[in-house]
Design a protein around this ligand. Structure first.
Ligand SMILES: Nc1ncnc2c1ncn2[C@@H]1O[C@H](COP(=O)(O)OP(=O)(O)OP(=O)(O)O)[C@@H](O)[C@H]1O
Ligand SMILES: [Mg+2]
Length: 339
Protein backbone atom coordinates (compact mmCIF):
# COMPACT_ATOMS: atom_id res chain seq x y z
CA UNK A 1 0.00 0.00 0.00
CA UNK A 2 1.12 3.53 -0.75
CA UNK A 3 1.60 5.50 2.43
CA UNK A 4 -1.10 8.14 2.71
CA UNK A 5 -1.71 11.22 4.79
CA UNK A 6 -4.64 10.13 6.92
CA UNK A 7 -6.50 12.70 9.02
CA UNK A 8 -8.51 11.74 12.11
CA UNK A 9 -11.64 13.72 12.96
CA UNK A 10 -13.01 13.28 16.49
CA UNK A 11 -14.69 15.02 19.42
CA UNK A 12 -13.10 14.68 22.84
CA UNK A 13 -15.19 14.84 25.98
CA UNK A 14 -12.53 17.09 27.55
CA UNK A 15 -12.97 19.72 24.80
CA UNK A 16 -16.57 20.37 25.72
CA UNK A 17 -17.73 21.87 28.98
CA UNK A 18 -21.20 20.96 30.24
CA UNK A 19 -23.48 23.98 30.42
CA UNK A 20 -25.16 24.47 33.81
CA UNK A 21 -28.27 22.33 34.15
CA UNK A 22 -27.30 19.90 31.42
CA UNK A 23 -27.68 16.20 32.33
CA UNK A 24 -24.44 14.58 33.54
CA UNK A 25 -24.47 12.13 30.62
CA UNK A 26 -25.02 14.81 27.96
CA UNK A 27 -21.59 14.19 26.42
CA UNK A 28 -21.43 10.44 26.97
CA UNK A 29 -20.79 9.87 23.28
CA UNK A 30 -17.54 11.75 23.08
CA UNK A 31 -14.19 10.01 22.87
CA UNK A 32 -11.35 9.72 25.36
CA UNK A 33 -7.85 10.77 24.18
CA UNK A 34 -6.58 7.20 24.66
CA UNK A 35 -8.95 5.96 21.94
CA UNK A 36 -7.69 8.55 19.47
CA UNK A 37 -4.10 7.66 20.43
CA UNK A 38 -4.86 4.00 19.70
CA UNK A 39 -6.42 4.81 16.32
CA UNK A 40 -3.44 7.01 15.46
CA UNK A 41 -1.00 4.28 16.42
CA UNK A 42 -2.92 1.71 14.37
CA UNK A 43 -2.91 3.93 11.28
CA UNK A 44 0.78 4.79 11.73
CA UNK A 45 1.65 1.10 12.06
CA UNK A 46 0.18 0.61 8.58
CA UNK A 47 2.73 3.14 7.29
CA UNK A 48 0.43 6.14 7.01
CA UNK A 49 1.29 9.66 8.08
CA UNK A 50 -1.37 10.59 10.61
CA UNK A 51 -2.77 14.09 11.06
CA UNK A 52 -4.92 14.63 14.17
CA UNK A 53 -7.50 17.06 12.88
CA UNK A 54 -10.03 17.14 15.74
CA UNK A 55 -13.56 18.44 15.53
CA UNK A 56 -15.57 20.27 12.86
CA UNK A 57 -14.14 23.58 14.13
CA UNK A 58 -10.54 22.46 13.61
CA UNK A 59 -11.43 21.07 10.22
CA UNK A 60 -13.00 24.37 9.16
CA UNK A 61 -10.05 26.38 10.46
CA UNK A 62 -7.54 24.23 8.60
CA UNK A 63 -9.56 24.30 5.39
CA UNK A 64 -9.85 28.10 5.60
CA UNK A 65 -6.10 28.37 6.11
CA UNK A 66 -5.48 26.09 3.12
CA UNK A 67 -3.76 23.69 5.47
CA UNK A 68 -5.83 20.55 5.00
CA UNK A 69 -3.17 18.36 3.45
CA UNK A 70 -4.77 14.92 3.86
CA UNK A 71 -5.59 12.21 1.32
CA UNK A 72 -8.38 10.65 3.36
CA UNK A 73 -9.97 11.03 6.80
CA UNK A 74 -10.71 8.40 9.46
CA UNK A 75 -13.87 9.85 10.97
CA UNK A 76 -15.12 9.18 14.50
CA UNK A 77 -16.50 12.67 15.20
CA UNK A 78 -19.85 12.49 17.00
CA UNK A 79 -20.61 16.20 16.74
CA UNK A 80 -21.89 18.31 19.60
CA UNK A 81 -25.20 19.84 18.68
CA UNK A 82 -28.04 19.53 16.25
CA UNK A 83 -30.20 16.67 15.00
CA UNK A 84 -27.57 15.80 12.41
CA UNK A 85 -24.55 16.25 14.67
CA UNK A 86 -22.93 12.99 13.50
CA UNK A 87 -23.36 14.02 9.86
CA UNK A 88 -21.67 17.39 10.18
CA UNK A 89 -18.03 16.40 9.70
CA UNK A 90 -18.83 14.13 6.71
CA UNK A 91 -20.86 16.99 5.17
CA UNK A 92 -17.84 19.28 5.45
CA UNK A 93 -15.51 16.61 4.06
CA UNK A 94 -17.80 16.02 1.10
CA UNK A 95 -17.98 19.76 0.41
CA UNK A 96 -14.18 19.93 0.59
CA UNK A 97 -13.82 16.86 -1.66
CA UNK A 98 -11.96 14.81 0.95
CA UNK A 99 -12.77 11.07 1.11
CA UNK A 100 -13.44 9.58 4.56
CA UNK A 101 -14.22 6.32 6.33
CA UNK A 102 -17.62 5.44 7.69
CA UNK A 103 -21.17 6.28 6.75
CA UNK A 104 -22.29 9.21 4.64
CA UNK A 105 -24.23 12.18 6.04
CA UNK A 106 -27.63 10.77 5.12
CA UNK A 107 -27.10 7.46 6.95
CA UNK A 108 -25.57 9.24 9.96
CA UNK A 109 -28.50 11.64 10.25
CA UNK A 110 -31.13 8.92 9.83
CA UNK A 111 -29.56 6.48 12.28
CA UNK A 112 -29.15 9.11 15.00
CA UNK A 113 -32.96 9.34 14.94
CA UNK A 114 -34.25 6.06 16.36
CA UNK A 115 -37.83 6.81 15.31
CA UNK A 116 -36.89 7.38 11.68
CA UNK A 117 -34.65 4.30 11.72
CA UNK A 118 -37.45 2.13 13.09
CA UNK A 119 -39.83 3.53 10.48
CA UNK A 120 -37.45 2.38 7.72
CA UNK A 121 -37.07 -1.07 9.28
CA UNK A 122 -40.84 -1.44 9.68
CA UNK A 123 -41.30 -0.46 6.02
CA UNK A 124 -39.23 -3.45 4.86
CA UNK A 125 -40.69 -5.86 7.42
CA UNK A 126 -37.74 -6.06 9.81
CA UNK A 127 -38.68 -6.82 13.45
CA UNK A 128 -38.63 -3.86 15.86
CA UNK A 129 -40.85 -3.23 18.90
CA UNK A 130 -44.09 -1.24 18.40
CA UNK A 131 -43.40 2.43 19.15
CA UNK A 132 -44.49 6.04 18.97
CA UNK A 133 -42.52 9.27 18.83
CA UNK A 134 -44.12 11.59 21.40
CA UNK A 135 -43.21 15.22 20.80
CA UNK A 136 -45.83 17.28 22.68
CA UNK A 137 -48.58 17.21 25.31
CA UNK A 138 -51.30 16.53 22.73
CA UNK A 139 -49.44 13.47 21.42
CA UNK A 140 -48.83 12.30 24.98
CA UNK A 141 -52.54 12.60 25.85
CA UNK A 142 -53.48 10.62 22.72
CA UNK A 143 -50.87 7.92 23.25
CA UNK A 144 -52.10 4.55 24.47
CA UNK A 145 -50.34 1.16 24.53
CA UNK A 146 -50.00 -1.79 26.89
CA UNK A 147 -47.51 -1.45 29.78
CA UNK A 148 -44.68 -1.88 30.59
CA UNK A 149 -43.23 0.63 28.17
CA UNK A 150 -39.73 1.96 27.63
CA UNK A 151 -39.07 5.71 27.22
CA UNK A 152 -35.88 7.20 25.76
CA UNK A 153 -34.72 10.31 23.91
CA UNK A 154 -35.49 9.78 20.22
CA UNK A 155 -32.07 10.87 19.00
CA UNK A 156 -29.28 10.15 21.43
CA UNK A 157 -26.64 7.48 21.87
CA UNK A 158 -24.45 5.99 24.59
CA UNK A 159 -27.53 5.33 26.69
CA UNK A 160 -28.09 8.99 27.42
CA UNK A 161 -31.34 9.34 29.31
CA UNK A 162 -31.53 5.64 30.14
CA UNK A 163 -31.82 4.33 33.69
CA UNK A 164 -34.27 2.24 35.73
CA UNK A 165 -36.94 4.97 35.46
CA UNK A 166 -36.98 4.52 31.68
CA UNK A 167 -39.23 1.49 32.23
CA UNK A 168 -42.73 2.73 33.04
CA UNK A 169 -45.66 0.68 34.36
CA UNK A 170 -48.49 3.19 34.32
CA UNK A 171 -49.76 6.46 32.91
CA UNK A 172 -48.36 8.63 35.73
CA UNK A 173 -44.84 7.24 35.31
CA UNK A 174 -45.10 7.52 31.52
CA UNK A 175 -46.13 11.17 31.72
CA UNK A 176 -43.34 12.03 34.15
CA UNK A 177 -40.69 10.26 32.11
CA UNK A 178 -41.72 11.67 28.74
CA UNK A 179 -41.69 15.21 30.20
CA UNK A 180 -38.25 14.50 31.71
CA UNK A 181 -36.91 13.57 28.25
CA UNK A 182 -38.36 16.75 26.74
CA UNK A 183 -36.84 18.92 29.46
CA UNK A 184 -33.44 17.31 29.94
CA UNK A 185 -32.66 16.39 26.33
CA UNK A 186 -34.77 18.99 24.46
CA UNK A 187 -36.19 16.48 22.03
CA UNK A 188 -39.10 14.11 21.46
CA UNK A 189 -39.41 10.89 23.44
CA UNK A 190 -39.44 7.50 21.77
CA UNK A 191 -41.92 5.27 23.62
CA UNK A 192 -41.80 1.58 22.78
CA UNK A 193 -42.84 -1.80 24.11
CA UNK A 194 -40.54 -2.96 26.90
CA UNK A 195 -38.47 -5.96 25.79
CA UNK A 196 -37.80 -8.28 28.76
CA UNK A 197 -35.34 -10.68 27.14
CA UNK A 198 -31.58 -10.90 26.79
CA UNK A 199 -29.72 -8.27 24.80
CA UNK A 200 -27.10 -8.51 22.08
CA UNK A 201 -25.06 -6.16 19.99
CA UNK A 202 -23.79 -7.22 16.56
CA UNK A 203 -20.65 -5.69 15.04
CA UNK A 204 -20.48 -5.28 11.27
CA UNK A 205 -17.61 -4.28 8.98
CA UNK A 206 -17.62 -3.45 5.28
CA UNK A 207 -19.68 -1.67 2.68
CA UNK A 208 -22.42 -2.93 0.36
CA UNK A 209 -21.98 -6.52 -0.78
CA UNK A 210 -18.77 -6.75 1.28
CA UNK A 211 -20.56 -6.14 4.60
CA UNK A 212 -19.86 -8.96 7.07
CA UNK A 213 -20.47 -9.76 10.73
CA UNK A 214 -17.46 -9.24 13.00
CA UNK A 215 -19.06 -10.73 16.08
CA UNK A 216 -21.84 -10.72 18.63
CA UNK A 217 -21.67 -9.62 22.26
CA UNK A 218 -24.38 -10.37 24.85
CA UNK A 219 -25.20 -8.67 28.12
CA UNK A 220 -24.45 -10.98 30.98
CA UNK A 221 -27.50 -10.18 33.09
CA UNK A 222 -30.45 -11.14 30.87
CA UNK A 223 -33.24 -8.60 31.19
CA UNK A 224 -30.99 -5.99 32.80
CA UNK A 225 -30.63 -2.58 31.19
CA UNK A 226 -27.43 -1.82 29.41
CA UNK A 227 -27.46 1.66 30.80
CA UNK A 228 -24.97 4.49 30.89
CA UNK A 229 -23.53 3.37 34.20
CA UNK A 230 -22.96 -0.22 33.05
CA UNK A 231 -21.40 0.88 29.77
CA UNK A 232 -19.28 3.71 31.06
CA UNK A 233 -18.09 1.81 34.13
CA UNK A 234 -16.95 -1.07 31.97
CA UNK A 235 -15.20 1.26 29.52
CA UNK A 236 -13.27 3.12 32.18
CA UNK A 237 -12.48 0.01 34.19
CA UNK A 238 -14.57 1.16 37.16
CA UNK A 239 -16.89 -1.79 36.75
CA UNK A 240 -16.48 -5.32 35.43
CA UNK A 241 -17.87 -5.46 31.92
CA UNK A 242 -21.42 -6.77 32.12
CA UNK A 243 -21.11 -8.31 28.69
CA UNK A 244 -19.27 -11.14 26.97
CA UNK A 245 -18.68 -12.48 23.48
CA UNK A 246 -21.54 -14.74 22.32
CA UNK A 247 -20.25 -17.99 20.84
CA UNK A 248 -23.40 -20.04 20.12
CA UNK A 249 -23.07 -20.48 16.32
CA UNK A 250 -26.80 -20.81 15.58
CA UNK A 251 -27.69 -17.75 17.63
CA UNK A 252 -24.82 -15.74 16.10
CA UNK A 253 -25.93 -16.72 12.60
CA UNK A 254 -29.54 -15.71 13.29
CA UNK A 255 -28.65 -12.38 14.88
CA UNK A 256 -25.94 -11.72 12.29
CA UNK A 257 -28.32 -12.18 9.35
CA UNK A 258 -30.86 -9.84 10.94
CA UNK A 259 -28.20 -7.22 11.73
CA UNK A 260 -26.79 -7.30 8.19
CA UNK A 261 -30.22 -6.52 6.77
CA UNK A 262 -30.79 -3.77 9.33
CA UNK A 263 -27.38 -2.25 8.40
CA UNK A 264 -28.04 -2.38 4.65
CA UNK A 265 -31.57 -0.98 4.85
CA UNK A 266 -30.46 2.26 6.50
CA UNK A 267 -27.42 2.69 4.26
CA UNK A 268 -24.72 2.28 6.91
CA UNK A 269 -21.27 1.44 5.52
CA UNK A 270 -17.73 0.47 6.65
CA UNK A 271 -18.57 -0.01 10.34
CA UNK A 272 -21.67 -0.30 12.52
CA UNK A 273 -23.13 -1.94 15.60
CA UNK A 274 -26.71 -3.17 15.69
CA UNK A 275 -28.44 -3.49 19.09
CA UNK A 276 -31.02 -6.25 19.44
CA UNK A 277 -33.17 -7.39 22.37
CA UNK A 278 -35.43 -10.42 22.71
CA UNK A 279 -39.17 -10.04 23.29
CA UNK A 280 -41.18 -12.21 25.69
CA UNK A 281 -41.44 -14.94 23.04
CA UNK A 282 -37.69 -15.02 22.42
CA UNK A 283 -37.96 -13.19 19.11
CA UNK A 284 -35.14 -10.73 18.33
CA UNK A 285 -36.28 -7.10 17.98
CA UNK A 286 -34.04 -4.39 16.53
CA UNK A 287 -33.39 -1.58 19.04
CA UNK A 288 -31.13 0.75 17.07
CA UNK A 289 -27.98 0.95 14.98
CA UNK A 290 -24.80 2.85 15.84
CA UNK A 291 -22.96 4.03 12.74
CA UNK A 292 -20.14 5.47 14.89
CA UNK A 293 -19.59 2.74 17.50
CA UNK A 294 -17.08 3.40 20.26
CA UNK A 295 -13.69 1.95 19.30
CA UNK A 296 -12.05 2.04 22.72
CA UNK A 297 -9.29 -0.60 22.59
CA UNK A 298 -9.97 -3.82 24.50
CA UNK A 299 -12.99 -2.69 26.49
CA UNK A 300 -15.47 -1.57 23.84
CA UNK A 301 -17.81 -4.26 22.56
CA UNK A 302 -16.38 -3.67 19.08
CA UNK A 303 -12.80 -4.28 20.22
CA UNK A 304 -13.93 -7.38 22.14
CA UNK A 305 -15.51 -8.82 19.00
CA UNK A 306 -12.35 -8.15 17.01
CA UNK A 307 -10.18 -9.87 19.62
CA UNK A 308 -12.51 -12.87 19.69
CA UNK A 309 -12.32 -13.03 15.88
CA UNK A 310 -8.50 -13.07 16.07
CA UNK A 311 -8.24 -9.58 14.60
CA UNK A 312 -5.66 -7.29 16.27
CA UNK A 313 -6.79 -3.69 16.90
CA UNK A 314 -4.62 -2.32 14.08
CA UNK A 315 -6.28 -4.71 11.63
CA UNK A 316 -9.69 -3.59 12.87
CA UNK A 317 -8.82 0.04 12.15
CA UNK A 318 -7.40 -0.94 8.75
CA UNK A 319 -10.60 -2.85 7.95
CA UNK A 320 -12.73 0.23 8.71
CA UNK A 321 -10.51 2.41 6.49
CA UNK A 322 -10.23 -0.10 3.61
CA UNK A 323 -13.60 0.59 1.91
CA UNK A 324 -12.86 4.34 2.01
CA UNK A 325 -9.58 3.72 0.20
CA UNK A 326 -11.44 1.63 -2.36
CA UNK A 327 -13.98 4.42 -2.93
CA UNK A 328 -11.12 6.87 -3.25
CA UNK A 329 -9.27 4.76 -5.84
CA UNK A 330 -12.49 4.02 -7.72
CA UNK A 331 -13.27 7.72 -7.90
CA UNK A 332 -9.73 8.56 -9.05
CA UNK A 333 -10.00 5.95 -11.79
CA UNK A 334 -13.29 7.33 -13.12
CA UNK A 335 -12.46 10.99 -12.53
CA UNK A 336 -15.42 11.48 -10.19
CA UNK A 337 -15.42 12.72 -6.63
CA UNK A 338 -15.11 10.18 -3.83
CA UNK A 339 -17.14 10.55 -0.67
N1 LIG B 1 -37.66 -1.30 24.34
C1 LIG B 1 -36.74 -1.60 25.24
N2 LIG B 1 -36.95 -2.57 26.17
C2 LIG B 1 -36.00 -2.87 27.08
N3 LIG B 1 -34.82 -2.26 27.19
C3 LIG B 1 -34.54 -1.30 26.31
C4 LIG B 1 -35.47 -0.90 25.29
N4 LIG B 1 -34.90 0.10 24.57
C5 LIG B 1 -33.68 0.31 25.11
N5 LIG B 1 -33.45 -0.52 26.16
C6 LIG B 1 -32.25 -0.55 27.02
O1 LIG B 1 -31.62 0.69 26.97
C7 LIG B 1 -30.30 0.58 26.40
C8 LIG B 1 -29.98 1.75 25.52
O2 LIG B 1 -30.94 1.86 24.49
P1 LIG B 1 -30.50 2.12 23.00
O3 LIG B 1 -29.53 1.11 22.56
O4 LIG B 1 -31.72 2.28 22.19
O5 LIG B 1 -29.87 3.57 23.17
P2 LIG B 1 -28.45 4.21 23.04
O6 LIG B 1 -28.37 5.16 24.15
O7 LIG B 1 -28.35 4.80 21.69
O8 LIG B 1 -27.43 3.07 23.16
P3 LIG B 1 -25.86 2.99 22.88
O9 LIG B 1 -25.24 3.09 24.22
O10 LIG B 1 -25.75 1.64 22.29
O11 LIG B 1 -25.45 4.10 21.97
C9 LIG B 1 -30.34 -0.71 25.61
O12 LIG B 1 -29.04 -1.22 25.45
C10 LIG B 1 -31.25 -1.57 26.48
O13 LIG B 1 -30.56 -2.15 27.58
MG1 LIG C 1 -27.66 1.11 21.95
Amino acid sequence: VNPLRVGITFDLASDHVLAPGMPHDRHAELDEPATIDAIEEALASAGHTVVRLGSHAALLARAAAGDLAVDVVFNVAEGIRGVAREAQVPVLLEALGVPYSGSDPLALAVTLDKGLTKRLWVAVGLPTAPYAVVADEAALARFDAPYPLFVKPVAEGSSMGIDADAVVDDRAALTARVRHVWRAYRQAALVEAYLPGPEFTVGILGAGAEARVLGVVRTVAAGALWDHHAKHGALTGDATPSYEVERDPALCARLGALALRAYAEVGVRDVGRVDVRMDARGGPQLLEINALPLLTPERSTFAMMATAAGMPYRDLIAAILAPALERMRGAAATGTLAS
